[in-house]
Write a new protein. Structure first.
Length: 257
């Protein structure tokens, strides 16, 4: 059988738009396909929620890909290892309480499990605005990342969501849009993003989970975005807190219905 370039093009376009149209309205919109966002999506999808992830980069995995300073190994503590075990990611004990995993295996294995759970991931998409009605965020305004990077004047599109999770890491992309453009105070001491503090692994790992919560009506924060929002420190290349934060935000959302 001779291959047709037109058929190949049609297949890509038809399948993509079927997938995209199905996610114009979702229960949960997750912004950022790092470890926290992917783990949250997995547990939410397993509980029957319709979930889509929007990632501005071409790749998924967030900071996990690079391990520590591009040495692609990550470290997790005992509690974080339990999450990796759930996904079938292999770990090795380094010394009591410290476990290592291959960063590439961790990111790809978790991503595969997330997609098999029914989550749709859309990469190369940037959230440039939010939709607010009656003081609550009910949707995202999205565009292609290259459009934003090149500064082209192209109007975006919109998706609606019952709940939004900002898991965009240090940048807190969704919150910065809300802070800049919306008349909404965040549930922080200042009503604004408090900002990330200097690295302190032990404290940051604990606060990552404690700060995983609703940040304004309709929006939750998870992972490093939670610490950046509430003024916690960064933790460096230990990822247990990221994984546990993902599970935690899913639990909180599911508890609230």
């Amino acid at each position: 059988m001779a291959l047709s370039e037109v058929t190949i093009t049609k297949a890509i376009l038809e399948r993509f738009f079927q997938k995209f149209l199905d996610c114009v309205e979702v229960d949960i919109a997750v912004v950022g396909a790092g470890p926290a966002g992917m783990v949250a999506s997995y547990f939410l999808a397993k509980a029957g929620r319709k979930v889509a992830i929007f990632e501005r980069k071409l790749s998924i995995g967030g900071g996990m890909w690079g391990g520590g300073m591009m040495f692609n190994e990550i470290v997790v503590q005992e509690a974080g290892k339990e999450i990796l075990d759930l996904f079938g990611v292999r770990t090795q004990e380094y010394q009591p309480g410290y476990f290592t995993a291959d960063a590439i295996e961790a990111a790809t294995t978790i991503c595969s499990s997330v997609m098999k759970a029914g989550v749709k991931i859309f990469n190369c998409i940037t959230v440039e605005d939010v939709v607010i009605r009656q003081g609550r965020v009910i949707g995202l305004v999205i565009t292609w990342s290259p459009v934003q990077m090149t500064g082209l004047h192209v109007d975006p599109l919109t998706i609606t969501a019952g709940t939004v999770i900002d898991s965009t890491g240090h940048d807190t992309e969704v919150l910065r849009v809300i802070e800049r453009k919306a008349d909404i105070k965040l549930f922080t001491e200042t009503g604004k993003i408090m900002g990330e503090r200097s690295l302190w692994s032990e404290k940051a790992e604990r606060l990552t989970i404690e700060n995983t919560r609703e940040i304004c009506p309709g929006v939750y924060v998870a992972g490093m975005a939670a610490n950046a929002a509430f003024g916690g420190p960064r933790m460096g290349p230990i990822f247990g807190g990221m994984l546990l934060s993902g599970r935690r935000v899913a639990e909180v959302i599911l508890t609230r219905g």
